[in-house]
Design a protein around this ligand. Structure first.
Ligand SMILES: NC(=O)c1ccc[n+]([C@@H]2O[C@H](COP(=O)([O-])OP(=O)(O)OC[C@H]3O[C@@H](n4cnc5c(N)ncnc54)[C@H](O)[C@@H]3O)[C@@H](O)[C@H]2O)c1
Length: 366
């Protein structure tokens, strides 16, 4: 593998998040070039390749892994495929960037971490909230002591539900809104506070509007207690109308800060006729909408990939790791168990079921 020059990167998957990663490589091209894409669906990887000028297209990722010059492979496939793909990528000697959530079982998380270590490759966890400029600003102020001792960190992500059918199938996703969106909030609170140990989790879940589509939760409240005395409050929904909502609030003994990821980067807009695109998950562009400029930059995904490419070259150390993803997975099991038991659950938590969501589903109707 080369030690200088642009990192040769590839993506597995060609739809929603794959498009975001491909666009992000284009936005910050200094450290990496996207040379290949794989997806089993006919025409889909070809379309992504045409849109972003990606030279190589595959329909089987194992075939792509035989390309000896590819150094970094980004996984944007459904959650249940993250672990087998990571293990195959690592065994081919390539570095891994895995989208959130890390996988669907804690056992898989351990296997992913162990295999990457044994193979001497990086396992980088795709949590772009660690790179979101507005949220980084909040952390910078808190780390400088501007808010005094932090006692509450709140992160919310809400919209009306995912775009692809596999998210609704808990066997392939591992869980509902808590798993899909709560993984961001749990990681965020943990990272924001400087990764103190999480001691307990309490969670309240419901399936309020999408019971026809899923056994999973479509609304979730989750409270985390940290060893340093701070509390995390993670609120998520697939039931919230009106498009994307992503927000943090940080409360300290000496101050407070609020950051809305989209508002403040948005143009309050009224349109009688509509236009092509406002922002992720916006239900319409007619009437009032809030189109965001530089959307991906505001999310932090280009900065995240730039950083991961630098990690491949040994210039930086990963800010999002397999271990972070594992912490989130353990908390997800405990949070689903808490909702099932109706009580606070202590961490460390030893899973009682195969997937996180089963901790809730097997208890909730008893
Ligand atoms: N970081 C974020 O904010 C963020 C946002 C969206 C999605 N994600 C994550 O990215 C992953 C993908 O989500 P998405 O929204 O892009 O889903 P999607 O349904 O839009 O795309 C999934 C892609 O995986 C491909 N795929 C399925 N089986 C495959 C296989 N065997 N080999 C190769 N490719 C295969 C599909 O063909 C498709 O291209 C999920 O884990 C999701 O949680 C992260």
């Amino acid at each position: 593998m080369p030690t200088t020059g642009k990192v040769k990167a590839a993506i597995i998957g060609s739809q929603f998040q794959a498009d975001i990663l491909a666009a992000s490589f284009h936005i910050m091209p200094e450290e990496a070039e996207l040379v290949a894409v794989t997806s089993p669906t006919p025409r889909h990887p070809e379309e992504l390749a045409e849109k972003y000028h990606i030279p190589r297209v595959f329909h089987d990722y194992r075939q792509m892994l035989r390309e000896s010059d590819i150094e970094l492979v980004c996984i944007t496939a459904p959650n249940y495929l993250h672990a087998p793909m990571t293990i195959d990528i690592a065994k081919s000697g390539k570095h891994v960037m895995c989208e959130k959530p890390l996988c669907v079982t804690l056992e898989e998380a351990d296997q992913m971490i162990d295999t990457c270590k044994k193979q001497g490759v990086l396992l980088m966890y795709g949590e772009e909230l660690f790179f979101t400029p507005k949220y980084l600003k909040a952390k910078e102020m808190a780390d400088q002591g501007g808010l005094g001792k932090i006692y509450l960190v709140k992160q919310s992500e809400k919209h009306f539900g995912p775009h692809s059918e596999w998210f609704w199938d808990v066997k392939r996703s591992g869980g509902g809104a808590l798993m899909d969106l709560g993984c961001h909030g749990i990681a965020f609170c943990y990272w924001f506070l400087g990764r103190p140990r999480i001691t307990t989790v309490y969670s309240q879940l419901g399936t309020y509007v999408h019971a026809d589509k899923t056994k999973g939760d479509d609304d979730a409240l989750c409270i985390l207690e940290f060893e340093n005395g701070a509390v995390g409050l993670v609120e998520n929904s697939w039931a919230r109308r009106g498009g994307m909502y992503d927000r943090v609030e940080v409360y300290g003994e000496g101050g407070v800060t609020y950051a809305d990821l989209h508002m403040g980067n948005a143009l309050p807009t009224y349109s009688e006729y509509g236009f092509t695109y406002a922002v992720e998950k916006a239900p319409t562009t007619k009437g009032w909408s809030y189109p965001v400029y530089e959307e991906l930059w505001n999310y932090g995904t280009p900065q995240e990939l730039h950083h991961f490419a630098r990690c491949v070259r040994g210039k930086e150390t990963p800010k999002g790791t397999g271990e972070d993803g594992r912490v989130v997975m353990e908390v997800l099991y405990a949070a689903y168990a808490s909702a099932g038991l109706g009580e606070k659950v202590k961490i460390p938590y030893k899973p009682q079921t195969k997937m996180p969501i089963d901790e809730w589903l097997t208890r909730k109707d008893k």
